[in-house]
Design a protein around this ligand. Structure first.
Ligand code: GRF
Length: 216
């Protein structure tokens, strides 16, 4: 069986795209980046894709009269490239319900918080302001409402008393780069089944460890 074909949607620096590109360098990784689409010209993520020899397309949202027309262009490009799974990776456009429905359970996102806490922007500043002891990141299937959908993988990052939004973001980003390729692998290996609005993972851990922060 061939590798799962990924279509990665970006708007910026593309470090999560890079994590997927790097994972796919291994011949045993069950997915490959077939197409990278950016809604912005000149972003660093496009350079990363080109450096890896991955096909890119720039589809500038401003060139379209409506969100529906923009999403139709995305859809056409993804289908044209034979994409099996859409990976949002710092893609800063809201997608229309029709597009989201068309890629239901075939489109995932990476978000820098432990959803459902802190959806939206400025997650790290908001997590620090709330005084949470743990933050982290979430890979999830995409639903119409922003940053919702069945959760695939989460990573927990302990918050330090001296953290700033920047230091916390850096540690969470490292975790993102681990879990996003892992979430793709789970899907590509056929280990994920969406039942109701939960993603059930075959062979998931039965770990019962409790983490304390601060430690007792
Ligand atoms: C990441 O923090 C991701 O969780 C969020 O947007 C950021 C994108 O970063 N959705 P990058 O472009 O992948 O470096």
């Amino acid at each position: 069986m061939g590798r799962l074909r990924l279509g990665v949607l970006i708007s910026g620096r593309g470090s999560n795209l890079q994590a997927l590109i790097d994972a796919a360098r291994s011949p045993t990784y069950p997915a490959e980046v077939a197409l990278v689409i950016s809604n912005r010209e000149g972003v660093f993520g496009l350079e990363r894709a080109r450096a890896a020899g991955t096909p890119t397309q720039v589809i500038p949202h401003r060139a379209f009269a409506s969100r529906e027309a923009f999403d139709a262009a995305l859809d056409q490009a993804l289908k044209g490239a034979g994409v099996d799974l859409v990976c949002l990776a710092g893609f800063m456009r809201l997608l229309t319900p029709g597009f989201v429905a068309g890629w239901r359970d075939r489109m995932i996102n990476i978000h820098p918080s432990l959803l459902p806490a802190f959806p939206g922007l400025d997650t790290h500043a908001r997590a620090l302001a709330a005084g949470v002891r743990f933050s982290g990141c979430t890979a999830h299937f995409v639903r119409s409402e922003m940053d919702t959908g069945p959760i695939l993988v989460q990573a927990v990052v302990a918050v330090r008393p001296d953290d700033t939004a920047e230091t916390l973001a850096a540690r969470v980003l490292e975790a993102e780069h681990r879990i996003y390729p892992f979430a793709v692998r789970l899907i590509a290996e056929g280990r994920v089944q969406v039942i109701g609005e939960r993603a059930c993972i075959a062979g998931a851990s039965t770990e019962t460890t409790v983490l304390l922060n601060p430690p007792a």
